[in-house]
Design a protein around this ligand. Structure first.
Ligand code: F6R
Length: 258
């Protein structure tokens, strides 16, 4: 794992957007794993502005609320349409979001896993991190080998996402269909972005704490090609930041980003 600390959220977002655009230009038919949430809104805005072409790309989103149809303004399919798909040349048939409105969720989950496999697996998985330590909607005690399935959301996550539901946590759906931790770990590259002081504690626990299913994001420590990009505020709890800064300042791979 490499941890990249940027002075502020805008620069952390910029770095991630640049890295993604570079990967897409290097491999136009890349298979992307995409995340939603407030942190990613700015990443998508930068990607749209970069004018990189998504024409040959395939995407798989991490998660969707159960019970929300794709055209519901709070669905993650709608979020992706608004922030990325409708503003780029992504082909609709190449974009995938779990079907939270499926009558048979188990079948929908198995199908999603199969579609990822048929696409050749995910090349680059973009991740945020929730205050409950989740990646996707893999709430505490999600098995590190878990696959796409339905998951009950924690009160912490429902409170975190209440803003999008008029500030009322009770209106946030109780369950979601999410790609599993095991599915995420099979992506060829992981890029996790976290910004702001509210993420400082959970980032420190995920990056430097023990690997535990209580904090699903700690499973990224098992991944051989993982980058964590944070701003100063989200980096505040990290112990080894001098070393992370040294790597960013010296490793040739980061020379274009310094
Ligand atoms: C959503 C997802 C979640 C979010 C996380 C952070 O698709 O995968 O894990 O990335 O909840 O959300 P924000 O950015 O709103 O703090």
């Amino acid at each position: 794992m490499e941890v990249i600390i940027q002075p502020d959220a805008a620069q952390a977002v910029d770095l991630v957007a640049r890295l993604l655009a570079e990967r897409i230009r290097a491999r136009p038919d890349i298979v992307l794993g995409l995340a939603t949430g407030r942190t990613m809104e700015d990443v998508y805005e930068r990607l749209v502005a970069s004018r990189v072409s998504f024409r040959e790309c395939t995407s798989f989103n991490l998660d969707e609320y159960i019970g929300l149809p794709p055209d519901d303004p709070n669905s993650y399919r709608h979020y992706m349409q608004v922030h990325l798909f409708s503003k780029t040349d992504f082909r609709a048939e190449n974009t995938h979001v779990p079907d939270g409105a499926a009558a048979d969720l188990r079948e929908a989950a198995l199908r999603y896993e199969m579609l990822i496999r048929l696409a050749g697996g995910i090349d680059l998985q973009l991740l945020g991190i929730g205050q409950a330590g989740h990646i996707g909607f893999n709430e505490p005690l999600s098995a590190i080998r878990s696959r796409t399935r339905d998951k009950c959301l924690t009160p912490t996550t429902r409170a975190q996402n209440a803003e999008m539901f008029g500030g009322d946590a009770d209106k946030v759906p109780k369950r979601a269909l999410t790609v599993g931790v095991g599915t995420i770990l099979e992506a060829r590259e992981l890029v996790l972005l976290a910004t702001g002081p509210a993420k400082a504690d959970i980032v420190a626990r995920a990056v430097e704490g023990p690997i535990t299913s209580m904090i699903s994001a700690s499973a990224i420590q098992l991944h051989p090609n993982c980058k964590v990009v944070v701003d100063e505020a989200a980096a505040a709890g990290l112990q080894a930041r001098d070393y992370y800064d040294f790597i960013f300042a010296n490793e040739p791979e980061w020379s274009a980003y310094r």
